[in-house]
Design a protein around this ligand. Structure first.
Ligand SMILES: Cc1cc2nc3c(=O)[nH]c(=O)nc-3n(C[C@H](O)[C@H](O)[C@H](O)COP(=O)(O)OP(=O)(O)OC[C@H]3O[C@@H](n4cnc5c(N)ncnc54)[C@H](O)[C@@H]3O)c2cc1C
Length: 417
């Protein structure tokens, strides 16, 4: 590819995470020409959440893809519990949800993204460009008219009626667009690492919490994907104590790990993931819209950011697909409608995350003595019907979306799609 190659499309989506790929697939299915840019060469990276929520599974059902998706290897979580100060409590019961699947599917996110991308490629107007990083915006008369991107073969310009920033919590697009970010703060960061798993070993509790420490273990078949939660900004302090301090912290939380933490013998085996909770004051400007974490960075609390990001994508497709399919540029009023629809669920979900951060996580990370679960969690544990409330927030979210976009190919050899 020569430098400054130009291509033209209707929608250029920057970011091939759950939000960007889902939007790309839905728009392509509706007959809209879409280019999705993903800066990495594939989806195979450790640091992606693995949760596919019941409301996302409902979307796959609406698209007719649920059976194929569930044929992929996955685990099903029907209830969520944590161990706090040695006490095990159940806090969410998903079995009463009014969704097709009454469970969270746990699957490495690369499998989910590969599944969506494979569905997208069945539509002729879906173009996913891997190893292509959005680095600039094309502007004309105060409007965004495309994006600049870096590929392994040089720079390209992508002319588009709409640029969508779906490039996550460190969004380049929102920075380039000069959109104002409101930072809500987060008291923690996450150390992300693999620990081997013994055959037959089962850990139903997703989180373990003790004074000063928290650990979440995700079952990935032959290993545990572990998220060790630390006080924001304390990684250098921990590193200075040596990797043995991390090993000790892990064993204090889950003694059964004592026989394998020694394999974590180098900091190169540990990634530090910055946690942010923020949102844009305004999600759009003429020719440009931000959604997903690019519009509202989510903390890992509750494992609900992916759901929210996908719901943003569905709402954006529902609102914009008809205009785009008829060749129009979405108006500011249409972009405003997307942002307005998604602002409320974003605010409520972030308020929940900030509440848990401030009331539970911050005191724990500051060393508050934890000898048993807080009252609210014990209530969930003792009165099972109460567990339906957190199940609804985690499994479905505040404003679930449904696929309203048409399938432009429905009448053509549907079985081939
Ligand atoms: C440590 C941690 C753990 C989490 N765990 C969970 C969980 O288990 N469940 C859950 O629901 N939520 C979880 N979250 C929140 C969740 O990760 C996000 O809310 C969700 O990923 C947002 O999806 P997205 O598609 O908007 O952004 P992302 O998933 O961040 O995807 C953005 C994509 O854009 C790409 N990209 C970035 N910049 C560019 C560029 N300039 N050009 C091209 N591509 C670019 C990235 O490579 C990435 O693929 C977690 C968050 C953190 C910090």
């Amino acid at each position: 590819m020569s430098e400054r190659q130009k291509i033209s499309t209707q929608v250029c989506i920057v970011g091939g995470g759950p939000c960007g790929v889902m939007l790309g697939v839905l728009l392509a299915r509706a007959g809209v020409d879409v280019v999705v840019l993903e800066k990495y060469k594939d989806f195979y990276r450790d640091f992606r959440g693995d949760t596919i929520h019941p409301s996302t599974l409902d979307l796959l059902f609406e698209l007719g893809w649920l059976d194929a998706f569930l044929a992929l290897p996955h685990d099903e979580i029907r209830s969520i519990g944590v161990t706090i100060g040695g006490e095990a409590v159940e806090i969410a019961d998903l079995t009463h949800l009014r969704t097709h699947c009454k469970f969270v599917a746990l699957m490495p996110q690369w499998n989910f993204l590969n599944f969506l991308a494979e569905r997208g490629r069945r539509y002729p107007t879906f173009h996913l460009m891997m190893q292509t990083e959005g680095i600039g915006l094309l502007e004309s008369g105060g409007e965004t008219v495309g994006a600049r991107a870096k590929t392994s073969d040089g720079e390209i310009e992508i002319e588009a009626k709409l640029v969508v920033g779906a490039d996550g919590r460190h969004s380049t697009i929102r920075a380039l667009a000069g959109l104002t970010v409101e930072n809500l703060g987060a008291p923690m960061d996450v150390l992300w690492m693999r620990i081997s798993k013994h055959p037959g070993e089962a850990e139903q509790r997703l989180g373990t919490i003790a004074t000063g420490h928290m650990l979440v273990m995700i079952d990935r078949g032959d290993y545990w994907q572990c998220a060790y939660i630390i006080r924001k900004g304390s990684f250098d302090e921990l590193k200075a104590q040596g990797i043995e301090a991390l090993q000790r912290g892990l064993v204090e939380l889950v003694p059964a790990l004592h026989d394998r933490v020694a394999a974590l013998d180098d900091w190169s085996k540990v990634s530090m993931l910055e946690v942010r909770v923020d949102r844009l004051e305004r999600w759009y400007r003429s020719g440009l819209l931000c959604i997903g974490d690019a519009a509202h960075a989510m903390s890992p609390i509750g494992g609900i950011g992916i759901n929210l990001a996908i719901q943003d994508a569905v709402a954006a497709a529902n609102t914009l697909a008809d205009s785009l399919a008829s060749g129009k540029t979405p108006s500011d009023a249409e972009l405003h409608r997307v942002a307005e629809r998604r602002a409320f669920p974003t605010k409520v979900t972030q308020a929940f995350q900030v509440f848990v951060q401030d009331r539970a996580i911050d005191p724990i990370l500051r060393g508050k003595e934890i000898d048993r679960a807080p009252l609210v969690m014990r209530l969930f544990d003792e009165f099972p019907p109460l567990r339906r409330l957190p199940a609804r927030l985690i499994g479905v979210g505040v404003r679930p979306e449904h696929v309203r976009t048409r399938d432009a190919y429905a009448s053509k050899a549907k079985s081939a799609l």
